[in-house]
Design a protein around this ligand. Structure first.
Ligand SMILES: [Zn+2]
Length: 207
C-alpha cells in the first residue's frame, strides 16, 4: 500500500488492511481527482500491463482526468459530481482488455466523508480468451481527414468502408499521431443507457 501521509487522516474509518490484501485494484482520489494512494494490486496490474512512467501517469500526485480520454471526461465528471453532492456510490462496468484477453471490470467510487475524495475499487468479473476476429490495420480504418477513430471503451477501430468496429490488436500498443478517440455504439449504450434507449425509440417512432 502506498499512501500520501497527509491523506491518511481522511481514511481513519477505512479498513486499509483489507484493501491492501484485496485482489481488486483499489486507489484513493482527493476531491480534485489526484491519486493519493493505492494498493499493491493496482501497482502490480499497471506493471503487468506495461505501464510506462507509472509515477507520472498513475502514481501518487497523478490526476485521473489526465488519463481519461476526452470523449469520457464529461461522463465521469458528471457522475463524480453527483456522487460527491449526494454522498452516493457511483458504479459502472468498463472494458480493460489486452491483446488476447477480454476483461470486464466493475468499478465503484465510494465518496469519502466531508467531500475529501473517493475510494475507487475495480473488480474484474470477466476474464476470457478474446473471441473477436483480429483484423490488420488498413486504409479502411482511415477517414477522409486522415484520422483513425478508436473507441476509448473497447479500443476497436472504426471501419470507414463497412461502418463497423474492428478489433485491430496492433493498435493496442500503437500510439499513432493520427488517432482520434470516440465511443462506439456498444459502449455508448453502456454509458448512456437511457439516452440511447430514448433515441432508439424516437427513431422507430418517426420511421
Ligand atoms: Zn467500443
Amino acid at each position: 500500500m502506498k499512501l500520501c501521509e497527509k491523506f491518511a487522516s481522511f481514511l481513519e474509518e477505512i479498513d486499509l488492511k483489507s484493501i491492501e490484501n484485496s485482489n481488486d485494484c483499489i486507489y484513493f482520489l482527493d476531491s480534485d481527482f489526484f491519486v493519493r494512494g493505492y494498493n499493491s494490486a493496482y501497482y502490480n496490474f499497471a506493471m503487468a500491463n506495461g505501464a510506462t512512467d507509472f509515477n507520472k501517469s498513475l502514481g501518487i500526485g497523478s490526476n485521473l482526468l489526465n488519463s481519461l480520454p476526452k470523449a469520457l471526461k464529461s461522463y465521469f465528471l458528471n457522475a463524480f459530481a453527483i456522487a460527491k453532492e449526494n454522498q452516493t456510490i457511483f458504479s459502472h462496468d468498463f472494458e480493460c482488455s489486452s491483446i488476447d484477453t477480454y476483461r470486464l471490470y466493475h468499478q465503484t467510487a465510494y465518496p469519502l466523508p466531508n467531500n475529501k475524495g473517493f475510494v475507487i475499487t475495480n473488480h474484474c468479473f470477466i476474464n476470457n480468451h478474446r473471441e473477436d476476429k483480429a483484423v490488420a490495420l488498413s486504409e479502411q480504418h482511415v477517414d477522409s481527414n486522415n484520422l483513425i477513430i478508436q473507441c476509448c471503451g473497447c479500443q476497436k477501430l472504426k471501419n470507414q468502408k463497412y461502418l463497423r468496429w474492428d478489433w485491430v490488436p496492433s493498435m493496442l500498443s500503437n500510439d499513432k499521431a493520427n488517432v482520434s478517440h470516440s465511443i462506439c455504439h456498444n459502449y455508448k449504450s453502456h454509458l448512456y443507457p437511457t439516452e440511447t434507449k430514448a433515441k432508439t425509440k424516437t427513431i422507430s417512432k418517426t420511421s
